[in-house]
Design a protein around this ligand. Structure first.
Ligand code: FES
Length: 138
């Protein structure tokens, strides 16, 4: 048996056993639940929500990522990646939501998957604005 054959047979016997179970689990098609029964408000006049007064700003609240998508549109999406449950963030430069764990990307307006391993999009919630108050609901 030469060196090449030895390596092939060794990998064949041990290759899968050498992969930590965490990696295998992270590659599975498991689904992570988005928040349900959502109903809360955000006051844009509060300093803690000031990021939403500028296009491209976002905050995390109640398990949702809320973005100021453009001058008149706010969006609210689940902040839980559907691939493996990591918390996503908004990238105003690309106008996409990105997952830091495995590079999944989502459309920041619809929540649809743009790329990467997520099996489904982020759940989208309704947002209405009255004065300085945003109301977010399931
Ligand atoms: S947890 Fe894997 S792409 Fe988000």
């Amino acid at each position: 048996m030469d060196r090449k054959d030895f390596l092939k047979s060794t990998f064949a016997m041990c290759g899968l056993a050498a992969i930590p179970t965490g990696i295998l689990q992270s590659c599975s098609k498991q689904s992570y639940a988005a928040p349900s029964n959502v109903n809360f408000t955000i006051d844009l006049s509060q300093a803690s929500n000031a990021a939403l007064n500028s296009v491209g700003g976002y905050i995390l609240s109640n398990g949702l990522i809320i973005t100021r998508y453009n001058a008149t549109t706010f969006t609210a999406l689940s902040a839980t990646c559907t691939h493996n449950g990591c918390t996503v963030y908004y990238n105003p430069t690309s106008m996409a939501i990105t997952c830091p764990c495995h590079g999944g990307t989502f459309d920041a307006n619809t929540g649809n998957v743009l790329g990467g391993p997520p099996p489904s999009g982020l759940t989208k919630y309704s947002v209405s604005k009255s004065g300085t108050i945003l109301t977010i609901k399931s």
